[in-house]
Design a binder for this molecule. Structure first.
Ligand code: PLP
Length: 391
């Protein structure tokens, strides 16, 4: 007998990948240059040269047996040492290799941490608009997924709504800044106020409410925006990170979760999340990737293309009458759909080979998402279509 819930879930493919595949098919019919695909958050700038050099050096010089061999489940100690040193230098906190567990990207890191917190009746709060997989992971762990609406003017956290969602079963709040899909970066002041609310509610319910800081876009910020390291503001924070976006390596799968010493029950939480990883088939993160990352922890992303696309799209779309918040980070623009239904707008756009992601899966059906990690020429070619659709 097949698990019916999983079967039903498998029959509903991700809207983003459906659009992406549609784009590939249309490109064969109308030509690649006539498809304006804003669906996927796949970095469009190549990995930095230092990353390529590290791959080549390692493949040329290292003993292939040990290079490709298993590492400890948490990752090779020297690799975790490099990452911990970089993280400590940047955050001003004392992060040790023992706080880090290397994973195949941020996605499984989130899943393992959620699973570690999935006690009976557990609830996890996410701020709408949210990365759609949060719901999938929380529900897979048996947790109740509780979305709370951000303020739609700036996509900052609405603390009153968030506080109203907290119950004695709340285990964690997922905080994703810079945010996919809104591009919002939560200010230090907002995070401090969030910390005050969570500290007070934790005292009330008699146990910690954790923040799970999902930070794959940590370094992708513009105009000098500040991205505070949340454990420095709220100690009961677990950080999930990935090199997918910052080093343009999404297919290579490397990230980590970090449970700092200052988090409540840090050692037990770390151990439980390690056990969750094992239970879900984690053996170790890709060994070659670990070595590459170890050599590249100090490298920051190249932002020029994303920044140019962000400015071009924001300026053009707002001049055509679209409404959207100017993103401070990540590589997305979240735009209010003319007519109010993003799904209807996305369908209409598709007829012009313009692929935009309706916000339904992000919990915001009145908005659509554009991934700005695309070719800048495509952006220019697509503008007349946006203009026509706004009329
Ligand atoms: N979290 C957010 C907000 C994302 O946008 C993504 C990927 O797009 C992930 C997590 C997963 O990233 P990874 O490729 O590291 O698994």
């Amino acid at each position: 007998m097949i698990d019916e819930t999983l079967y039903q879930s498998g029959t509903k493919p991700s809207t983003i990948f459906q659009l992406f595949e549609y784009g590939l098919k249309q490109a064969a019919v109308v030509g690649r240059e006539n498809v304006y695909d804003y669906s996927l958050g796949n970095p469009s700038v190549p990995a930095p040269q230092q990353v390529t050099d590290a791959f080549q050096r390692l493949l040329g010089q290292e003993d292939p047996v040990s290079l490709h061999g298993y590492t400890p489940a948490a990752g090779a100690l020297d690799v975790r040492q490099s990452i911990a040193a970089d993280l400590s230098a940047r955050s001003g906190m004392d992060i040790r290799p023992q706080n880090l567990f290397l994973t195949c990207g941020a996605a499984p890191a989130l899943l393992y941490v959620l699973r570690a917190l999935a006690v009976a009746q557990a609830e996890v709060i996410a701020i709408t608009p949210y990365f759609p997989e949060y719901r999938v992971y929380a529900e897979a762990c048996g947790m109740r997924f509780v979305p709370t609406q951000a303020d739609l003017d700036q996509f900052q956290i609405n603390l009153t709504s968030l506080e109203d969602c907290i119950t004695p079963h709340t285990q964690a709040v997922i905080v994703n800044s810079p945010n996919n899909p809104s591009g919002a970066v939560y200010s230090r002041e907002t995070l401090q106020r969030l910390a005050e609310v969570l500290a007070r509610k934790s005292r009330e319910i008699g146990r910690p409410i954790y923040i799970i800081a999902d930070e794959p876009y940590r370094e992708l910020v513009y105009d000098g925006a500040d991205v505070p390291f949340i454990p420095g503001i709220y100690p009961d924070t677990v950080v999930c990170y990935s090199y997918s976006k910052s080093l343009s390596l999404p297919g290579e799968r490397l990230g980590y979760f970090c449970v700092p010493d200052g988090a409540a029950d840090s050692s037990r939480l770390y151990t439980a999340a390690c056990a969750a990883a094992r239970m879900m088939g984690h053996v170790c993160a890709p060994a070659l990737q670990q070595r590459v990352i170890s050599a590249c922890t100090g490298i920051r992303p190249q932002l020029e293309v994303y920044d140019r696309n962000r400015r071009t799209l924001y300026d053009a779309l707002t001049s055509y009458g679209y409404r959207c918040v100017y993103p401070s980070g990540a590589f997305y623009l979240f735009v209010e759909a003319p007519g109010g239904s993003a799904r209807a707008f996305s369908d209409r756009a598709k007829e012009h080979n313009l692929l935009v992601v309706p916000g339904d899966d992000f919990g915001c059906p009145a908005f659509f998402r554009l991934s700005t990690c695309v070719d800048s020429d495509m952006v220019e070619r697509s503008l007349p279509v946006f203009q026509r659709l706004a009329e």
